[in-house]
Design a protein around this ligand. Sequence first.
Ligand code: APR
Ligand code: PHB
Length: 398
Amino acid sequence: MAAPVTLLRTQVGIVGGGPAGLMLGHLLHLHRIDSVILERRPEDHVVERVRAGVLEQGTVDLLASTGAGDRLQREGMRHGGIYVAFEQARHRIDMAGLTGGRVITIYGQNEVVRDLIDARRASGAPLRFEVSDLTLHDVDSDRPNIRFVEQGQEFALACDWIAGCDGFHGPCRTAIPAAKLRTFERIYPFAWLGILAEAAPTSEELVYSLHERGFALFSMRSPAITRLYLQVPPDEDVAAWPDERIWSELQIRLRTSDGWRPKEGAIVQKGITGMRSFVAEPMRFGRLFLAGDAAHIVPPTGAKGLNLAMADVARLARGFERFYGDGQTDLLDTYSERGLRRVWRAQRFSWWMTSMLHRIPGDAPFDHRRQIAELDYLVSSSAAMTSLSENYTGIPFE
Ligand code: APR
Ligand code: PHB
């Protein structure tokens, strides 16, 4: 005889305990809207997953204004500019000066996740890790529900709304009938090899570098930890990159004629990530809303991934607040249209940064010289630097 299904009820069922799902749960709790967060992975996996670490002002303000930003404000590194390097020279772009003071904050995405899990625990609101066999039902009816298994027990969670914050590979986007969904994609012919190194950062700000051997990025996590990336072929095996080879290639691509170079140290983490641009339209189907990587992916060159996810859930939470507050669905009804405007703007910027700063395999010498000319124009035109700065620091959240 089949084990009985345990019935649960909530207002918003959230699939995915990454930054998008956790932030949405946090915002809803602050407005006394019930939600249940369902995450497939164990907690330590979600917390230790090393990803990017550039926060726009809007993301910092959202975390700080909702009580989840204390550690970020203590440990985050505020940067008013970035460097762009080519032909062995670094050029600083004074983003704060060109945008009336807007800055970025360097703080690991996994630290944001850790802080949001702590906030969720403190709220006592449900957060379930290691759920499996999760399926969505009746999302285009007024009684959507989620079925899942946890420790061998089957559950059915009845919701008013479902938030698909389950990343690119999750089930929520695929719950939208293909005839109702349009997708747009660009896969880039290269990947990033990223490392964390126990070495004090030798530059006070990030350095984006185009070298004839390919892209390189100098970033950091703390006064003791440097984060660095190298352009590698898309199907590269990390085993082909012993530490010495990584350091020698980083030195070649990053060092500049003024003697600047990254300091070397023990490599404590390394991994390779593919590069793609992806957009799913619309970001809503019936009672199901998509947010974050479930709806869109940007290549990391523009540092937009996490910030777009935060902008999505801030917009979605305001829609739910209005619905449960005044019974109005207007903000929910325009969630997708308003979201896609911001998504495509970030897609354009991320594609531009990626195309300008990476060697395209098989490109002609003309193309590389044109990239150098574009970078030379960028660092010699305040209009061009202002445009980069506006997009890099991020447009304010609505
Ligand atoms: N059931 C439950 N959880 C699931 C399922 C499932 N079937 N499928 C996926 N998930 C979980 C994943 O395990 C992951 O923890 O959904 C979460 C999605 O989190 P992210 O992939 O981090 O996506 P998101 O929260 O949208 O954050 C976007 O993450 O990848 C970076 O660059 C990206 O910075 C951006 C940010
Ligand atoms: C990072 O610090 O991990 C980082 C910084 C800038 C990017 C991408 C990643 O564009």
